[in-house]
Design a protein around this ligand. Structure first.
Ligand code: HEC
Length: 145
């Protein structure tokens, strides 16, 4: 029985892997590049939250994560060119139909990550981190599927 269950789980897993998004097969692979750039952004951002959560606050580590974040936050946007709304994109068409709103979300995110980089002391960093996370979320709610 146990074996059957794990076999079923394996089949399901394999099916879902096959179902996953298609490769970006267009010249320059802009969708793939922006998705990868967002992953790099996440890898700089998330550990700050983990550090705050674990009570392992470390100003030096924070400074190096903020440096990585400052770099990573620049990367995704150049890959949102015209005609880049095709699978495997998870962007909503509003990215292109409401560019001012998208830009406003982007500016909010830049301001929030500036404030995070400037914050000192655990409590201020925690508050700034929450704001920055909220700026990821409001953009995702409006512009990501
Ligand atoms: C101005 C809008 C905006 C902001 C701000 C933003 N994102 Fe996103 N993010 C998007 C959009 C749009 C996508 C979908 C990209 C696509 O698939 O075309 C996305 C996708 C992602 C993905 C998925 C990448 C993949 O492989 O599909 C991750 C992870 C992510 N964002 C993390 C973050 C984090 C972390 C922050 C904040 C620190 C953030 N984003 C801020 C718009 C934004």
């Amino acid at each position: 029985m146990q074996r059957l269950i794990s076999l079923a789980a394996l089949v399901l897993f394999t099916l879902s892997a096959c179902n996953s998004s298609p490769e970006d097969d267009r010249p320059g692979q802009p969708v793939k590049h922006r998705q990868e750039a967002f992953k790099v952004l996440l890898r700089a951002f998330e550990p700050i939250g983990t550090m705050l959560h674990d009570e392992s606050f470390d100003a030096e580590r924070l400074a190096s994560l903020n440096t990585a974040l400052a770099q990573a936050r620049e990367a995704p946007w150049a890959y949102f060119g015209p005609d880049t709304d095709y699978p495997p994109s998870k962007s909503r068409p509003e990215v292109w139909s409401q560019p001012e709103r998208f830009e406003a979300e982007r500016q909010r995110f830049f301001a929030a990550t500036d404030a995070l980089a400037a914050a000192t002391g655990r409590e201020a960093v925690e508050a700034a981190y929450r704001e920055a996370r909220a700026s990821c979320k409001t953009c995702h709610d409006a512009f990501r599927r």
